[in-house]
Design a binder for this molecule. Structure first.
Ligand SMILES: [Cu+2]
Length: 121
């Protein structure tokens, strides 16, 4: 009896999550060449309730641009306050230039389980 209730709950949660992600299966085949010493733009897509790529390595002076590719609102907020995009709606972008080497972990304020890392070398 109790097990059935749990199973129903799990199924409900699973279908809710699938519903949120939606059918927006944007597979942009974008390859990032990471061999340059010159400052370059680096992109992080927010899609499927995740940051992609989850870990991005850049050079000091590089700018990272986040783009929210789905209908859910997200933020890119640094754990240490280095940057905070504020709410990003569908198609919104946010850029930040990293001038100090280090490892910057960040998350989405609305969905704190969304976490990712920028490594500045
Ligand atoms: Cu979010």
């Amino acid at each position: 009896m109790k097990q059935n209730a749990l199973l129903t709950l799990a199924l409900l949660l699973a279908s809710t999550m699938i519903g949120c992600i939606g059918g927006d299966d944007d597979t942009s085949s974008e390859t990032t060449d990471d061999d340059g010493e010159t400052p370059q733009s680096n992109n992080v897509d927010i899609t499927g309730f995740a940051f992609s790529p989850e870990t991005l390595t850049i050079s000091v002076g590089d700018t990272v641009t986040w783009t929210n590719k789905e209908s859910a609102t997200h933020t890119a907020t640094a754990d240490d306050g280095e940057f905070d995009s504020g709410n990003l709606g569908n198609g919104d972008t946010f850029s930040h230039t990293f001038t100090t080497a280090g490892t910057y972990t960040y998350y989405c304020k609305i969905h704190p389980s969304m976490t990712a890392t920028i490594i500045v070398e």
